[in-house]
Design a protein around this ligand. Structure first.
Ligand code: TYC
Length: 142
């Protein structure tokens, strides 16, 4: 057969379907790249473990809830709101309220973004229900 092929025209010598099938059946499939490995424990048992890739998860960005001063909201209302929604004792809540009153604003607490947003909603809703213009905002920290 192979000696006969030397005498055949080029078109006939081109790979036949059978040639291609034989080629495909005998060529080993290409292998995917091997994962990096290292010896397990050095006990010489030939076992290997996949190399550990350390993935660091970033801690959530924190947000501070800042309460703002105004001329109309009663001090007592602000103290109660800070006690209620920011879990402060009366003494601490009074100090925070006075800081807002004197400085124009103060941080009432620091939380994850969603919790901070909920605190803001709670304060604004309570102020609205009571008819006070009390304002507070959430600010992302570095
Ligand atoms: N300035 C208000 C007053 O004199 C009291 C107040 C304190 C209002 C804190 C808002 O966030 C506030 N009645």
């Amino acid at each position: 057969m192979s000696r006969l092929r030397h005498q055949l025209p080029c078109v006939v010598q081109c790979a036949t379907a059978l040639d291609r099938m034989i080629f495909m059946a005998t060529k080993p499939p290409s292998q995917p790249p091997a994962p990096k490995t290292r010896p397990a424990g050095g006990e010489g048992d030939g076992a290997v473990v996949l190399e550990r890739r350390t993935q660091r998860v970033q801690p959530p960005k924190m947000h501070q809830v800042v309460m703002l001063n105004d001329d109309y909201t009663p001090m007592e209302f602000v103290v109660v709101v800070i006690q209620e929604f920011f879990s402060k004792d009366r003494e601490t809540a009074t100090q925070i309220m006075l800081k807002i009153h004197l400085d124009g604003k103060a941080v009432c607490g620091v939380y994850s973004r969603d919790v901070a947003a909920t605190k803001v909603d709670q304060v604004l809703e309570a102020a609205k229900q009571a008819g006070h213009p009390l304002q507070c905002v959430s600010e992302p920290l570095e």
